[in-house]
Design a protein around this ligand. Sequence first.
Ligand SMILES: [Zn+2]
Length: 129
Amino acid sequence: MAAARCKKCNNIIIRKATACRYCGERIEKISFPSAGRVLLFVLMPIAVFLLISRIEWVRQTNDEIRKIDNQVVQYVLHQYEMVKEQGDPYKICHQASIVRATYFEVNDVTNYRKWKKIEKSDCKRSQLH
Ligand SMILES: [Zn+2]
C-alpha cells in the first residue's frame, strides 16, 4: 500500500487515510497527475519546440540552397557571357547547354525552356561553321 508522511507529525501513514493515525491530523486528498496529463504538459512543449526547430531548420536550409543555386546560375551565366565574347561557336553551344542544364537542376522551368531555345540556336550556328 502506498505510503505518505503526515505533514504535522511526519509519521508514515497510509496514503488512502483521511486522518493521521498518530496525531489525528486530517489528510487532504492529494491528487496525482495522470499519465495523460504528464504527457500533455511535459511532452507537448517538447514536441512543439522540436516542430518549430525543424520548421526553422528547413526554412534556413531552403534559403541556403536558394542562395547556392543562385550563385551557380550567376556563375554559368557569367561563363556564357565570357565564351560569347570570345566568339567560338562550339564553346558558345557547349556553354548554352550548361546554362540550360543548370536551370534544370535548380528547377527553374521558365529559364530552362528559354535556354533550351538559346542552346538550340547557338548549337545550330556552331554546326553551320
Ligand atoms: Zn500525524
